[in-house]
Every structure is written in structure tokens, then in C-alpha cells.
Design a protein around this ligand. Structure first.
Ligand SMILES: [Zn+2]
Length: 391
């Protein structure tokens, strides 16, 4: 029997999983909504990284309080330990780590190329030694998808090959392989409740990036990622790649810039059409006693803070800045108390989440150009250490 259409149903019709609504644009900057089975993502968005299904030193309740809506977990690490089948038997990643908002998993490709020993790449996949126990493992496009289906994230990634960014010949080969693997990933995918993103490769070579964006976007993925950046190229090279890719990728699908996340990278990325970012930087810096400011980092172990009653940032609304002095944070660091990592992670993650919220609001208000201008002026005037070369 047909049910009359209520407002709620009409709303749910509007929020089909993996639909992307572009809400506002200013220049290349975009504000959007991406619908997933675990909720709506408001872009531009920053995703804190939970490599081992844990955002280091932070509980899911604290992340929720910070307003995090998307987190990333690493396929390579979870495949090796505890194993994707165990995660599946525990009800999938959301249940296993008690996170009810959206999750993104990478394909494992980047870690295979950066962490594992003795890797052997062939047309079919990669054989490598686990960095944990030395056991021989193999990832192919099909297994990378099967593992990510066991993990059960909302957004999953195609298996790709990351080449050193300035080696043209290697990038050409790796790009061809990434393209063939992208097609195989689409073929292998079974779960309808996950969005598989294709990955654009091509190093710093704009003709390769353009060809890659064209090929990958022809395959019909619901979203696109830009891989192989922030791996040693200059900022100017990265920006040229983003501008090239932005001109080719379809506007009506989200773009995700993988592994990039200093405050200036977020502003520069949004200025060049990026919607989604992730980076280990806020939690990694926290474990190295550093607090993130928009214009750089404060190294709180520094003796200059020993008697400093002020918070990290007097304008910050995070729990750490509302309640704790630099002197107390430095004391925790010197006394090797674990709480320092938690309090600094809370502040650092808040800094990036708050920045993306303000960026989004500025795009909605039509004031993003001014926002970016003020941001860079503030940064140029700042005397604290910049993030250049981080992490
Ligand atoms: Zn703070």
C-alpha cells in the first residue's frame, strides 16, 4: 500500500547515500554535502587519522565533542593486525572502534610502498614483507577491495601505485598500472553501502595528471582522490597539480586530497577545488609536544613556557585552551604524563576542524577570498615556527 510522502521521506530522497550536493562556490572553492550511510559530511572537511582504528590518545567521545564527522583508518595496518576478518567478525570497523559517524579507509597502497620491505610489484599486484612480523603478504586490486569490504568503511579507495613524484618514467608506468587496477577495483566491488573513490596519480607531471584525471573520472566513481602528493615535491608543484586536476575532474563529485593537512595546505587546497583532507599531523605533533596554531607550531617543552599562565591560544574554544595553561601542559610533558598527548591532540584536531568550519562558512557567505587573504597575511606576520617540512 503506498505511503503518503511526508517531509521526512522527501528529505531522505534528497539524501541518497553518496550523492554530493554542491551548495556554494567561490572561484574554485566549494562547499558541499556528501551523504553516506553513517551521516552527512559537510565539505570542505578535515578527517583525523586513526591508523590502527584509533585516533591516537583520543576517545571517540572526545572526537565527537570536537565535531569530527569523518575519520580515516589504514587498511594496510588493520589487514596485518588484527586482520580484516577479525574486524568483520566483530561487526565491522564502526562497531569495533565505537565510531558511528562516517569512516574512510585507504587502499593500503601508500603504506605498502612506504613501510614494507622487499616489495615486488607486478602487473597483478604487490608482494611484500609485513613490517610487523616479516611474513610474506600480497595485495592486489581484488584483495584490497575485499579487505576494505571486511573493514566496512563508508568511503573506500582504489588500489594504486605511488611513485616518487619527480621520476617521470616511473610515474608513467605507475599511472598505467593505477588505471588498470582502478578498473579491476570497480569490477571487484560488491557492497552497495560503500563509495569507492578512484585515485589520480602522475607525480608532478601535469600532462600525466591531466591524463590520469581524465581516465579515472571516465570510470564513473562517486568521488575522486588525488594521491602521490606531499611526498617530497615543492608546494608550487603541488598547487600546479591541484589546478590541473581541478580543471579536469567533474565538479559534481567530491575531491579528496590524500595525506595533506597543515593549516596552509587546507586553505591552499580549498582554493584549488579540494573538498576532503586527512593528515596525521595534529596527533603526531601532539605526541612530539607541539601545539598547532594557524600560523605554525609551539614547542611546549621549551623552557620559556615553564611559568606561562596563558593557554596555547587565547582565542581557541577547545577544552584544552579553556582549562589549561602552557605551564601545566609543559609540566605534563616534562613529567612524561600521557595526558599531554591527549590535551594537545584535542587542541590540534580542534584547530584544523575549526579552520575547515570557518572556511566552509566563508564560502557560503561569499567571503572566502577575503578569508584566504587574511589567513596568509596573518601567517606572513607570524613569528612562530612554520610547518614547512612537517611532519
Ligand atoms: Zn585550543
Amino acid at each position: 500500500m503506498p505511503v503518503p510522502l511526508s517531509l521526512d521521506q522527501d528529505q531522505s530522497k534528497l539524501s541518497q547515500p553518496f550523492e554530493f550536493d554542491l551548495v556554494a562556490r567561490q572561484g574554485r572553492a566549494r562547499a558541499g554535502r556528501f551523504y553516506t550511510p553513517h551521516g552527512e559530511l559537510h565539505t570542505p572537511i578535515f578527517a583525523p587519522v586513526g591508523t590502527q582504528a584509533s585516533v591516537k590518545a583520543i576517545t571517540p567521545a572526545q572526537l565527537q565533542e570536537l565535531g569530527a564527522s569523518l575519520i580515516l583508518a589504514n587498511t594496510y595496518h588493520l589487514y596485518l593486525r588484527p586482520g580484516d576478518e577479525l574486524v568483520a567478525s566483530m561487526g565491522g570497523l564502526h562497531h569495533f572502534m565505537h565510531w558511528s559517524n562516517p569512516i574512510l579507509t585507504d587502499s593500503g597502497g601508500f603504506q605498502v610502498f612506504s613501510l614494507s620491505d622487499n616489495r615486488k610489484i607486478d602487473a597483478d599486484g604487490v608482494t611484500f614483507k609485513s613490517h610487523i612480523d616479516g611474513s610474506s603478504r600480497r595485495l592486489t586490486p581484488e584483495t584490497a577491495i575485499a579487505i576494505q569490504e571486511n573493514l566496512g568503511a563508508d568511503i573506500i579507495m582504489a588500489f594504486d601505485e605511488c611513485a616518487p613524484p619527480t621520476d617521470r618514467e616511473y610515474n608513467q608506468r605507475a599511472m598505467q598500472r593505477t588505471h588498470a587496477w582502478a578498473e579491476r577495483c570497480l569490477q571487484a566491488k560488491r557492497r552497495p553501502d560503500q563509495a569507492l573513490f578512484g585515485i589520480v596519480q602522475g607525480g608532478i607531471f601535469l600532462d600525466l595528471r591531466s591524463a590520469s584525471a581524465e581516465f579515472i573520472s571516465s570510470l564513473g566513481f562517486p568521488g575522486h582522490a588525488i594521491g602521490g602528493l606531499s611526498v617530497g615535491e615543492t608546494k608550487t608543484e603541488m598547487h600546479a597539480v591541484l589546478e590541473t586536476v581541478d580543471a579536469v575532474l567533474p565538479a559534481n563529485k567530491p575531491r579528496y586530497l590524500m595525506g595533506v593537512g597543515t593549516p596552509e595546505d587546507l586553505v591552499n587546497g580549498v582554493m584549488r577545488g579540494i573538498d576532503i583532507f586527512d593528515c596525521v599531523l595534529p596527533t603526531r605533533l601532539a605526541r612530539h609536544n607541539a601545539a598547532m596554531r594557524r600560523s605554525g607550531r609551539l614547542n611546549l617543552v621549551n623552557a620559556v613556557y615553564a611559568q606561562d599562565p596563558s593557554p596555547i591560544d587565547a582565542n581557541c574554544t577547545c577544552y584544552t585552551c579553556q582549562n589549561f595553561s602552557r605551564a601545566y601542559l609543559r609540566h605534563l610533558i616534562v613529567a612524561k604524563e600521557m595526558l599531554s598527548a591527549t590535551l594537545l591532540s584535542i587542541h590540534n584536531i580542534h584547530t584544523l576542524l575549526q579552520l575547515t568550519r570557518e572556511i566552509r562558512q566563508a564560502i557560503l557567505d561569499g567571503s572566502f577570498d577575503q578569508f584566504a587573504q587574511d589567513f596568509f597575511a596573518q601567517q606572513a606576520a607570524s613569528t612562530i615556527d612554520h610547518f614547512e617540512g612537517e611532519p
